[in-house]
Design a protein around this ligand. Structure first.
Ligand SMILES: [Zn+2]
Ligand SMILES: [Zn+2]
Length: 487
């Protein structure tokens, strides 16, 4: 078996700068945009906190999606709900003649097990889920950014189309992948997104491509002491597969991540288990490596089934690319962030954050960091999580932003983040994100040369002859993936 060598990092370091003729957005445009977002900040806050209360998990975000659709419809967007076979996805569009098509992503799914009050101590609200990744802020800020841009387009007779993509099930449901696969981004010139975080930054990191799936082994049950020769253990199949995969680790490209949990392994030691299941993730920053290692993992499963006289089948449940950065767009996002201003907390917010910090591991950054803007760079070797925004970034030039919505030092997917996402601290970060995204979109409508430069850079990074193929193949969206206890 051959594994393609790691080529992506090299491609990533060859970033193009913003074109020399790019204009800073004028004072009048900047003033209009900022004034509209400031005017709408109370509505943004109300929307974000309502979605925080709904706390709906992947593909079940009916109320959250409907609320954003309602706000966008009221602001003059035309909404198409239920796109890509996902009932809670939508596309909201505002057309103002022929011109650039700019998309803004909006997420709104919550995480199971993270029900949490907006308090600085651990206190469940008694619900099933909570916004430990801050997607309530994500969806609301993106929508109100678009509302401000639309108003500015009308007032200044700016030609083009503006779209909000309502993208469900980011957390493990790969919601955007199905939207990309259905071609919903085919005619978009540029996509903007952001994510709640601990810092204010337009830095771009690649994230990790991944494929995840469940290997189900089928054997024959028998009395484990009376008739062991009549049984064939499905759990043996799982264990043999895991052993082989653990041996593989020495021989696969550096920085590959493989993790698994055994989700079914039998019920009683005196019954040879006839059904067993193991759930795998394979990650690497290069999608080609992920595909190659996944193929090898499947061979380990087949070998394990043969050696234990069991049968195995696999269901790929998720798969995403790594994030493709764009230096030309990063420059626009960075100057928009600087123009949007800084975050400052009230004494009450500072006290809330200080109390949260007492629950964190030592060494948390100072709270003053939320008032600063980090240097914008392209991080070409980041490890960590995966996101379905990545698939969008391989079909259209895409740029992200982080703002400080959480208390510095908090972990991702934590009750501390769920608490901040439901408080004025989270909302302040979301308002900064809305201002920045709106300024960035306006900047791009005013500077089509930047879009052209971003496209040229995008083509170079993606490489010649690239054809998008979803990492998860042709499966349908797993609409019930959060309905089973095992998830
Ligand atoms: Zn998350
Ligand atoms: Zn997230």
């Amino acid at each position: 078996m051959t594994i393609k060598t790691f080529t992506l990092a090299l491609a990533l370091s060859a970033g193009a700068a913003a074109p020399a003729d790019a204009q800073q957005l004028g004072a009048a445009d900047t003033g209009q945009i900022l004034a509209t977002v400031t005017r709408d900040a109370p509505a943004l806050s109300e929307t974000a906190l309502q979605i925080w209360k709904y706390a709906e998990v992947g593909y079940q975000e009916a109320q959250s999606s409907a609320l954003l659709q309602q706000r966008l419809t009221a602001a003059g967007f035309t909404v198409t709900p239920g796109v890509a076979g996902e009932p809670t996805a939508f596309v909201a569009s505002f057309k103002n003649g022929a011109g650039p098509v700019i998309g803004v992503l909006a997420e709104y799914d919550a995480l199971p097990g993270l029900s949490q009050a907006a308090s600085p101590t651990r206190a469940s609200l008694g619900g099933e889920a909570g916004h430990g990744c801050g997607h309530n802020l994500f969806g609301a800020a993106s929508s109100y950014a678009a509302i401000a841009v639309k108003e500015w387009m009308v007032r200044n007779k700016i030609a083009g189309e503006l779209r909000v993509y309502g993208t469900p099930a980011e957390e493990g449901g790969s919601g955007k992948v199905y939207m990309v696969r259905d071609g919903l981004f085919r005619d978009v010139d540029t996509v903007l997104h952001w994510h709640p975080g601990n810092t204010n930054s337009a830095a771009q990191g690649p994230s990790m491509a991944n494929i995840s799936g469940k290997f189900r082994f089928h054997g024959r049950s028998a009395h484990a002491a009376g008739n062991p020769d009549k049984g064939r253990s499905a759990l043996d199949g799982v264990e043999a597969m895991d052993a082989m995969v653990n041996l593989m680790r020495e021989h696969i490209p550096d920085r590959t991540r493989i993790h698994y949990v055994i989700t079914k392994g039998g019920k009683a030691p005196n019954v040879v288990p006839d059904e067993a299941e193991v759930y795998y993730y394979v990650r690497h920053v290069d999608p080609a490596v992920v595909k190659a290692v996944w193929a090898w993992v499947k061979q380990a499963a087949d070998g394990a089934a043969m050696g234990t006289q069991t049968k195995v089948d696999v269901e790929v449940t998720g798969g995403v690319y790594s994030l493709l950065p764009n230096a030309a767009l990063m420059a626009v996002m960075d100057r928009s962030l600087h123009a949007a201003g800084a975050i400052s907390w009230t004494p009450e917010e500072t006290a809330f954050a200080q109390q949260i910090q007492t629950t964190l591991a030592p060494g948390a950054p100072p709270l003053a960091s939320v008032g600063q803007i980090q240097r914008a760079t392209i991080v070409d070797d980041a490890l960590g999580g995966s996101t379905d925004v990545s698939d969008v970034s391989w079909v259209t030039p895409t740029v992200g932003l982080s703002t400080a919505t959480f208390v510095p030092g908090s972990a991702g997917h934590s009750w501390q983040n769920a608490a901040a996402a439901g408080s004025s601290i989270g909302v302040k970060g979301a308002v900064l994100a809305a201002k920045t995204l709106a300024l960035a979109a306006a900047d791009l409508y005013r500077n089509p040369a930047t879009i052209a430069a971003a496209k040229k850079e995008f083509a170079g990074r993606r490489g010649a002859g690239f054809e998008y193929k979803a990492m998860l193949g042709d499966r349908k969206p797993p609409l019930d993936y959060r309905k089973t206890a095992e998830e």
